[in-house]
Design a protein around this ligand. Structure first.
Ligand code: NAD
Length: 250
């Protein structure tokens, strides 16, 4: 018989959330904390992360997720973790020929290599415990491509393939690995793109969804909370679009 769902489904669980100071990551931290997890918020923006940590009985650390050694040190100091959520990310709106190798390296480092760094750091502890939930925030761009975001899309596509590989390697070890692929979500990252490109991009983005609107960070956090829960133990290697249907059929 399946036990009834608890109102604190993550009680006793320890979670590491990267990019937790802003937007989607901040909503994920608040939701996981509300579900009973103790949350370590890792971000470049320590002050904002610290304010959120104070509100959620969590811990804030300043971390550059592109730094392999720094990531390992945070996991050593605050782990082991039951749940890892990779939400740190950066975008850049430019056609590919207008970008430089320095742009590519930054986009790949923050959006893809960071996920390798954190996964490498937490997996040993999860394997020893025989339990783990890894949730990577990619993007519908990683499945569909992106006009004006080719390298970002390449990084997010890499996150999807990497997550599925980790799911394959760890499927019999009690560890799940899944992707949440947001569509256009109302966050500082998206507002920055609109400020740069104008309202036309907003119309194009909402028009590409079946719902005809932007999503909210809380809607993404709800999907993450499900995948982080014990009840999602038979869900692994999946890409869950939270995109108003934008990825429908992909
Ligand atoms: N907003 C959207 O429409 C949208 C759509 C699809 C996917 N996403 C993805 O969702 C995730 C969150 O995006 P958001 O919209 O909340 O953006 P955001 O800019 O509001 O938040 C991103 C956070 O990542 C942190 N960060 C950036 N580089 C970092 C680094 N090197 N080390 C540690 N932290 C770093 C930032 O400080 C910030 O707090 C990203 O991975 C993004 O690619 C967002």
């Amino acid at each position: 018989m399946v036990a009834p769902a608890s109102s604190v489904p993550l009680a006793g669980r320890r979670a590491l959330v990267t990019g937790g100071a802003s937007g989607i990551g901040a909503a994920i931290c608040a939701r996981l904390a509300a579900d009973g997890a103790s949350v370590v918020i890792a971000d470049l923006q320590l002050e904002t992360a610290a304010r959120l940590a104070a509100d959620t009985d969590g811990v804030a650390v300043r971390l550059d997720v592109t730094d392999f050694d720094a990531v390992a040190a945070v996991v050593q100091a605050h782990g082991p973790f039951d749940v890892l959520v990779n939400s740190a990310g950066v975008d850049q709106h430019a056609f590919f020929t207008q970008t430089t190798p320095a742009d590519w390296r930054r986009l790949l480092a923050v959006n893809l290599e960071s996920v390798l760094n954190t996964t490498h750091a937490v997996l040993g502890g999860m394997q020893a415990a025989g339990y783990g939930r890894i949730i990577n925030i990619a993007s519908e761009a990683g499945r569909l491509g992106s006009r004006g975001g080719s390298v970002y899309a390449a990084a997010k596509g890499g996150v999807i393939a990497f997550t599925r590989s980790i799911a394959r390697e760890n499927g019999r070890k009690g560890i799940t690995a899944n992707v949440v692929a947001p569509g256009p979500i109302d966050t500082p990252l998206l507002r920055q793109a609109v400020a740069q490109e104008g309202d036309k991009i907003m119309t194009a983005m909402t028009g590409a969804t079946l719902a005809g609107r932007l999503g909210t960070s809380d809607e993404v956090a709800a999907a993450v909370a499900f995948l982080a829960s014990e009840g999602a133990g038979y869900v692994t290697g999946e890409v869950l679009g939270v995109s108003g249907g934008m990825g429908c059929g992909a």
